[in-house]
Ligand binder design. Sequence first.
Ligand SMILES: Nc1ncnc2c1ncn2[C@@H]1O[C@H](COP(=O)(O)OP(=O)(O)O)[C@@H](O)[C@H]1O
Ligand SMILES: [Mg+2]
Length: 229
Amino acid sequence: MLRLEVKNLNKNFTIHTQGGMKVKGFENINFSVKNGEFLSLFGPSGAGKSSILKTLFRTYNTTKGEILFHRDNKEIVDISKASESEILELRHAEIGYVSQFLQVLPRVSAVDVVAQQLIFKGEEQTSSRQKAKEMLAYLSIKEELFDLSPLTFSGGEQQRVNIAKGIIAPKSLLLLDEPTASLDKNNTMKVVEKLKELKKQGVAMIGIFHDLEAMEMISDNIYKLKRVN
Ligand SMILES: Nc1ncnc2c1ncn2[C@@H]1O[C@H](COP(=O)(O)OP(=O)(O)O)[C@@H](O)[C@H]1O
Ligand SMILES: [Mg+2]
């Protein structure tokens, strides 16, 4: 079952502080992703990979092209043209985005940051916290850190909390921008294992990996980008 079709997608940035100068983000992007499939975006730095994910999540507006998202209820919505309220609804229920960086409120513990994702979906608090602890332990977060705010954690620890938060309650489509960028091989492979489980559950994913071995292990398809500027 198709989940997302991207057709002739183009993005230019207008730099208002430079007299409206145009910078190419990416051009003529075409791909589709089915449920349970992982598509990787691959190409040199500056090729437009992150901008594509941000455009799919509608953090960026589309310059030209279509982003046809097949909803759980079978409706098809063009993300490039959907209203702000439709986008908020999709982000709430069907599309997730995991960046490299953890963004959380101060004074919320690592366990709660992760457990909240399950609680938002209606799961009961005790089992949500238990599952959050298991996920953090799986990703090699030390137990003594569980009840502390992840804002004081190391870069790699923050990234693992971020992944735990991003995958514990997966939505139908998950966008992952270098989620393992500062992880060692062992933890990167653990993340790959978890992402494989999500594929089995039918989650469609589009991701960017700098670790080529991880990319090849997880990908069903690889979309290659060239530098456009
Ligand atoms: N918000 C922005 N404003 C202006 N230019 C941007 C913005 N975001 C990305 N770009 C430009 O778009 C191009 C692609 O960037 P990016 O998507 O970050 O590439 P990648 O993730 O493949 O390294 C680069 O030339 C970058 O400078
Ligand atoms: Mg990038």
